[in-house]
Design a protein around this ligand. Structure first.
Ligand SMILES: Nc1ncnc2c1ncn2[C@@H]1O[C@H](COP(=O)(O)OP(=O)(O)OP(=O)(O)O)[C@@H](O)[C@H]1O
Length: 249
């Protein structure tokens, strides 16, 4: 526990097996508060399983998973962990298509209140201000009154990131945000995540190397369930083990 001091997310010697196969195998990783980290690695490296462990969806067989210096995540379930401030964005956007962009954000702000209750209730000044702030962060101010269904794929992804922000998480786990995006959307997404980091700790899993380069952050390369290399993109790209297991394919 003491080693987790000063960290927002701390994994030490974490392992999990499925039917005798070690999907995560002695994985150790530490993110500082406000840090953004890119995680890359070949298919089956364990990236999704690592996020499942952090969010409480999968319980590790072994190892420490510590959030915010002292919270042992292996003792909490998914709902608790989300409530404590770890938000996860899956690859596919899941916005409410039949509601406006602003109402999607309002629904996320309101959390557990029902849809009708929330949309019929008088919006508070604080809620209105927070929605404007998020619209600005995700650069969708001009689309606020449009239905989410009418957004482009990239814009839906940004809205979903905004919906996560509305829940005010300390940590955001983001799975392949650039998948299916145009080049321009990909670069805009990198900019968006850079705006979010600092105030939030962000872990991004991504295969698109142009995107990872645009993030300009420390990269962790996973392979066979553990860390193969860590450092700048240039540093890990020059690592012979990384080239052999991933980039050289
Ligand atoms: N519930 C499960 N039961 C059995 N095997 C699993 C389970 N979840 C994951 N695995 C296996 O664990 C390994 C790691 O999978 P994981 O999905 O975490 O990799 P990944 O790095 O996210 O890959 P990708 O880039 O393809 O998403 C894979 O070999 C996968 O088949």
């Amino acid at each position: 526990m003491e080693f987790a001091r000063g960290s927002m997310l701390y994994l030490d010697d974490v392992s999990v097996s499925f039917d005798g196969f070690k999907a995560i195998n002695g994985l150790s990783l530490m993110l500082a508060p406000g840090e953004m980290r890119a995680v890359i690695g070949p298919n089956g490296a364990g990236k999704t399983t690592m996020m499942d462990i952090i969010t409480g969806k999968t319980r590790p067989d072994h190892g420490d998973v510590i959030f915010d210096q002292s919270i042992d995540l292996t003792r909490h379930d998914e709902t608790d962990i989300a409530r404590m401030g770890i938000g996860r964005k899956f690859q596919k956007p899941t916005v409410f298509e039949t509601h406006t962009v602003a109402d999607n954000l309002l629904l996320s702000l309101a959390g557990k209140r029902g849809v009708f209750e929330t949309l019929l209730a008088q919006i508070t000044g604080a809620e209105a201000r927070r929605i404007e702030e998020i619209l600005e962060t995700i650069r969708l101010e001009e689309r606020r009154d449009d239905l989410a269904a009418d957004l482009s794929h990239g814009q839906k992804q940004w809205l979903e990131i905004g919906m996560l922000l509305a829940q005010d998480p300390k940590v955001l786990l983001v799975d392949e945000p650039a998948a299916g995006m145009t080049d321009a959307e990909t670069m805009a997404t990198a900019d968006l995540l850079k705006r979010i980091a600092g105030e939030h700790t962000v872990m991004v899993v991504e295969h698109d190397m142009e995107f990872v380069r645009a993030l300009g952050v420390k990269v962790t390369v996973l392979n066979e369930g553990s860390v193969l290399a860590e450092g700048s993109l240039d540093h890990v790209s020059a690592d012979p083990h990384v080239i052999e297991s991933y980039l050289g394919r």
